[in-house]
Design a protein around this ligand. Structure first.
Ligand SMILES: Nc1ncnc2c1ncn2[C@@H]1O[C@H](COP(=O)(O)OP(=O)(O)OP(=O)(O)O)[C@@H](O)[C@H]1O
Ligand SMILES: [Mg+2]
Length: 263
C-alpha cells in the first residue's frame, strides 16, 4: 500500500530506569515538510529522534519508511534509510577544516587500494560546490571549524548530512545557542532544504521559529503526544497551551501557573 508519509513511528515507548521517557508515541513525517517537535524540558523530544536516528532503540513500537517497516538498531541502519541527525553538540572535529569534516569517515581516495592517498582536490571541490548550492556563507572549505561561529558549524553539519545523501534530517535545537541573525540564517537554510525536497524534523523550544518556517508542529508532554497541528491553522497561544497544559486542558493548572510566571 502506498503511504503518504516518508516516516511513520507507531506506538513508540522507551523507558530509562524508572523514567518512562516515551509512552506509545506516534509521529508522521510527510515528504518535503518541516515538522516542528516541541515540548517542555524532559518531554521526550530528543529521545524520540534518537530512536529514529539509531542512537537509542525503542522498547516497543514500529518505524516505517515509505510505508515499509524497517529495523533501526544503530546509526548505520538509520543512514541506510536516508536519515541523519544533527546534534546540538555537533560531531564535528574542530581541528579539521570544513571539507575534511564534510567527508570525515568516507574520504575520497585515489591510487591503488593498498596504496591509496586522499583525493583532497576532489573533496575541496565538492565541498565548495555544496556550500554554494546550499547558499552557505562560508568563504572557503579550507576554513578550520574551530574558528567558526555556532551558526556556521550548524550549517557545516547540515552540509555534511546532505553530502551523505540524507533525505530525512533530524535537527535537535539547532538554533538554541545562536544569536538572532545567525538563527535566521540557519532557519533560511532549513527552509531551502525543505524546498529542495528534504523532509525535516526540527526540535526547538522556540515556537515562533516553527510558526515562521514549519508546515506542522507536534507537541510532546511527559512522553506522550498531545497533538499535531497545521501551522497555517494555529497561533502561538494554541501551541503554548498544548505544551503547558497538554491535550487534557486544565489537568495541570500548576504547570501553567509556573510557565506563565517564568515565561
Ligand atoms: N540516556 C538517558 N538515560 C537516562 N534517562 C534519560 C536518558 N535520555 C533521556 N532520559 C530521560 O528521559 C526523559 C526525556 O528526555 P529527553 O532528553 O528526550 O527530553 P527533551 O524533550 O529532549 O528535553 P530537553 O528540552 O530538555 O532537551 C527525561 O526525563 C530524561 O531525563
Ligand atoms: Mg532534548
Amino acid at each position: 500500500m502506498e503511504s503518504n508519509y516518508i516516516v511513520e513511528m507507531k506506538a513508540i515507548s522507551k523507558r530509562f530506569g524508572s523514567v518512562q521517557a516515551l509512552n506509545q508515541v506516534d509521529l508522521e513525517l510527510r515528504e518535503g515538510e518541516i515538522l516542528g517537535l516541541v515540548g517542555d524540558n524532559a518531554a521526550g523530544k530528543s529521545t524520540l529522534m534518537k530512536i529514529l536516528s539509531g542512537a537509542h532503540v525503542a522498547d516497543s513500537g514500529q518505524i516505517l519508511i515509505n510505508g515499509e517497516e524497517v529495523s533501526i538498531r544503530d546509526p548505520r541502519d538509520a543512514r541506510s534509510c536516508g536519515i541523519e541527525m544533527i546534534y546540538q553538540d555537533l560531531a564535528l572535529c574542530n581541528n579539521l577544516d570544513v571539507a575534511r569534516n564534510i567527508f570525515l569517515g568516507r574520504e575520497y581516495t585515489r591510487g591503488l587500494p593498498f596504496l591509496s592517498i586522499l583525493d583532497k582536490k576532489k573533496m575541496y571541490a565538492e565541498s565548495a560546490a555544496l556550500l554554494e548550492r546550499l547558499k552557505i556563507n562560508i568563504s572557503s572549505p579550507r576554513l578550520k571549524v574551530e574558528r567558526m561561529s555556532g551558526g556556521q558549524r550548524q550549517m557545516v553539519a547540515a552540509a555534511k548530512a546532505i553530502a551523505f545523501d540524507a533525505k530525512i534530517l533530524l535537527m535537535d535545537e539547532p538554533t538554541a545557542a545562536l544569536g538572532v541573525r545567525e538563527a535566521n540564517t540557519l532557519l533560511r537554510l532549513i527552509k531551502d532544504l525543505r524546498d529542495g525536497g528534504h523532509s525535516i524534523v526540527l526540535i526547538t523550544q522556540r515556537v515562533p521559529d516553527i510558526l515562521a518556517i514549519g508546515d506542522r508542529v507536534m507537541v510532546l508532554k511527559g512522553g506522550r503526544r498531545q497533538g499535531i497541528l497545521n501551522v497555517s491553522e494555529v497561533g502561538l497561544d494554541d501551541v503554548v497551551e498544548l505544551i503547558v497544559r497538554g491535550r487534557a486542558g486544565a489537568e495541570s493548572e500548576e504547570d501553567a501557573m509556573e510557565y506563565l510566571s517564568f515565561g
